[in-house]
Design a protein around this ligand. Structure first.
Ligand code: GLP
Length: 216
């Protein structure tokens, strides 16, 4: 409907199958992807883009290549940098050049995080480097053979950036997400539950399966 859309993606077990379905639709009924621009809202820091767990790698293989999106229309935060403040500013600048984000697709962490904005992050936060949950840190550390204490974190658009998108789609599935979906949708708007800010967005849809929506 808008071939030159700017669309933000996120990675994970929730959005992966959405990307797969999108690729299947494209294969069966090709549409014009020559002008669409995709970006990922977050990335793991201090790993290689060739690592299969990097957001760059996942989105490249799940969306960009299957949909024949031109590589110059694929915008990602870097995985490595010696100046993260400058890298975050460059990432925001590259997006700003494309205009306002038309659609931001989000998953939600079990603790309510969106992107890598963990509980306690200011709602006024712009792009920055944050931390990841300990279980994810350990998984990525092992998968990348990184030493203990390696500086693996998350570079992410901030909550303020996310809220500036024209439209937001948050998806969640499975029983483990039921409690946080209840808190995000019906609970108080609080920095303790980053996704709760979405209650204040004028055009945000939350898609859940029966299990994740059980407490709504
Ligand atoms: C990660 C990503 C988020 C994602 C979240 C949920 O931390 N940085 O962008 O939304 O996890 O992932 P999943 O859908 O696998 O539960």
């Amino acid at each position: 409907m808008k071939p030159d859309s700017l669309i933000g993606l996120s990675t994970g077990r929730t959005t992966g199958p959405i990307h797969k379905a999108l690729a299947e639709i494209y294969k069966a009924h090709p549409f014009d992807t020559s002008r669409v621009t995709f970006f990922g809202l977050d990335e793991v820091t201090n790993v290689s883009r060739d690592y299969f767990g990097s957001c760059y790698y996942m989105l490249l293989h799940e969306v960009i290549e299957p949909l024949d999106v031109p590589m110059e229309h694929y915008i990602m935060p870097p995985t490595t940098s010696d100046d993260w403040d400058a890298a975050c500013a460059r990432f925001e600048g590259a997006l700003a050049q494309c205009g306002q984000v038309d659609l931001q697709i989000l998953g939600i962490g079990g603790n309510g995080h969106i992107g890598f904005n963990q509980p306690g992050t200011s709602f006024g936060q712009t792009a920055w480097t944050s931390v990841m949950e300990p279980w994810l840190y350990e998984r990525i550390r092992k998968e990348t053979n990184s030493p203990e204490g390696a500086p693996l974190g998350g570079v992410t658009l901030g909550i303020k950036n996310v809220m500036q998108s024209k439209r937001i789609l948050l998806a969640a599935n499975g029983t483990p997400k039921a409690e946080i979906i209840r808190a995000a949708v019906h609970g108080p708007v609080t920095e303790d539950v980053p996704a709760s800010i979405l209650q204040l967005h004028p055009d945000c849809d939350v898609y859940v399966d029966a299990a994740a929506g059980a407490l709504l």
